[in-house]
Design a protein around this ligand. Structure first.
Ligand code: UTP
Length: 407
């Protein structure tokens, strides 16, 4: 797009501010800016008007889960099926490591955080140890895709290399950078991060599959014949990755998707809850859950909506491919966004605009069905979200010790 076209195009969309410094730019900078404008997803800002309509309506129902007891009874059968699929190279894993970990207040990729006490044990190393627990049993290394963001990619890749990939074969690890969306002020005016650059931000963890495809890694899935992807967050240092029982139970149940869930400790616990909305699986964030549901109990005296998600999902690749063109909803996150203002970089401390994020929890609904697979939170749920208090480094260390991990 040349300057005249860009000017018209932007004025029609109320985004003329993106050319405010055009006259000051050299030829190369002008080219970069016009290229960015050409490739920008302007429609994302429409979500500011639509967001109030995004409130989830419909008929909610609690979902049944494969309970710990059910799983124990059938463990052998599930594990055999899972191990078979792993041995046939039909399973891969995706580590979501593109987040900024602001709550932890650590200025490097969250996976580099040291959860050791007397020795160095990074979150990444602990997760790789969890992976190796499985590969020791199956005798096969599965492909591990690691999604980073522009902001933390180089440090993450270098950290894995420095640590010799934590003993995992390097050729089975595939890093990719997640896609970005523009960021804007509260009126929907897109910011510049430099006079010749549009301000962009990672598009949330729901972009994991489209970003994987955009980076060309679907050729690995096709080459290896991967049919299932176990997607997991960086936070939970106790989680089992490519757990054969989980894979086997999901596959045998003929579901297209599985979610590892834990029983909530109390109605107010801040976890998303897996339930059903209008007959389809749905994850409702704790702040979206109507109070009458949060505190609802069944006849056995259990919370009706009791299964919290742990950000460990299994997705069927064929169904992902069939639904990839369906648009995930954007969630608006109010953030303090550095931007160019009056010709200089402004770095606000208070939120001044929106980032647009899609969430992996919304993908579950597209899959049409989902097996809720209960895990013991003492053994498999130790998220490192905060510096102190609930779901913090301290609580995670306690749980790691209980589970025999030397710190
Ligand atoms: P969180 O929702 O905890 O966000 O991410 P965060 O950015 O890591 O942490 P806070 O909220 O700033 O403290 C859950 C998982 O999704 C990944 C994170 O790396 C984590 O594994 N994630 C999040 C991405 O991969 N990309 C994103 O854009 C956001």
């Amino acid at each position: 797009m040349d300057y005249e076209r860009a000017k018209l195009f932007l004025s029609q969309r109320g985004q003329s501010q993106l050319l405010d410094y055009y006259d000051e730019l050299d030829e190369e900078q002008r080219r970069i800016l016009l290229d960015e404008i050409t490739n920008l997803n302007f429609s994302v800002v429409k979500n500011i008007q639509n967001n109030s309509e995004q409130k989830k309506t419909g008929k909610y129902k609690p979902v049944p889960a494969k309970s710990l007891e059910d799983i124990e009874k059938n463990r052998k059968k599930y594990e055999e099926e899972g191990i078979k699929l792993l041995k046939e190279h039909k399973v891969g894993a995706v580590l979501l490591a593109g987040g900024q970990g602001t709550r932890l207040g650590f200025d490097k990729p969250k996976g580099m955080f040291n959860i050791g006490v007397t020795r160095q044990l990074s979150i990444f190393e602990q997760l790789m140890n969890n992976i190796k627990d499985v590969t020791r049993v199956t005798g096969r290394n599965f492909p591990l895709f690691i999604m980073t963001s522009d902001v933390n990619n180089d440090e993450t890749v270098a950290f894995f290399a420095e640590n010799n990939y934590f003993g995992y074969p390097k050729d089975k690890i595939y890093f990719y950078i997640q896609d970005k969306e523009p960021v804007c002020d509260f009126d929907g005016k897109i910011f510049l991060s430099e006079k010749h650059r549009v301000a962009l931000s990672p598009n949330g963890n729901g972009g994991w599959y489209s970003s994987l495809i955009n980076s060309g890694l679907n050729r690995v899935l096709e080459r290896e014949g991967v049919e299932w992807l176990n997607v997991f967050g960086v936070d939970n240092v106790l989680q089992r990755i490519c757990d054969p029982a989980f894979i086997g139970a999901t596959s045998l149940s003929r579901c297209f998707c599985g979610a590892k869930v834990v029983k909530k400790t109390c109605p107010e616990e801040k976890v998303g809850v897996l339930c059903e909305r209008d007959g389809k699986p749905c994850i409702v964030e704790y702040y979206e859950m109507p109070p009458e549901f949060t505190k609802k109990y069944n006849r056995k005296g259990e919370l009706s909506y009791r299964y919290g998600v742990t950000l460990n999902y299994l997705f069927n690749v064929h169904v992902l491919n069939a639904t990839i063109s369906w648009k995930l909803p954007y969630h608006l996150a109010k953030k303090a966004i550095p931007h160019i203002e009056n010709g200089a970089l402004a770095e606000p401390e208070e939120p001044n605009g929106y980032k647009f994020e899609t969430l992996v929890v919304d993908m579950v609904r597209f899959m049409g069905n989902c097996l809720a697979f209960e895990v013991d939170r003492q053994k498999e749920f130790a998220p490192v979200k905060n510096k102190t208090g609930v779901d913090s480094v301290d609580t995670a260390r306690e749980l790691l010790k209980i589970n025999g991990v030397e710190l």
